[in-house]
Write a protein that binds this ligand. Sequence first.
Ligand SMILES: [Zn+2]
Length: 110
Amino acid sequence: MSIHCPSCGSHHLITRNVGRKMGGAAGAAAGTTSGSAGALSGAKTGAFVGAMAGPVGITVGSLTGAVIGGLVGCAAGGVTGARLGAQLDDKVFDNHQCRDCGHTFRPVPD
Ligand SMILES: [Zn+2]
């Protein structure tokens, strides 16, 4: 399927991916927030597991759990956000822009 500008017929097009960029950023931010919550519960879990290895185990377990919780939250949020944004790009936003006339449009699947 070749996409062309509905205004001037040009094939010189760029994709804007506005939703993908916004979604990725928003998702990473939201993911970091929920990752902080994950870090807390990760720290608790880590402390609980570490407690079996004694006082040092509690510290090491808490830290490890917190770091993993935060990282997982941020990464998961970013991926989810980017995926949602890509859906928005495809279905909502005018994701294509003509480089010849500047017209923005959403390709209609045929
Ligand atoms: Zn055009």
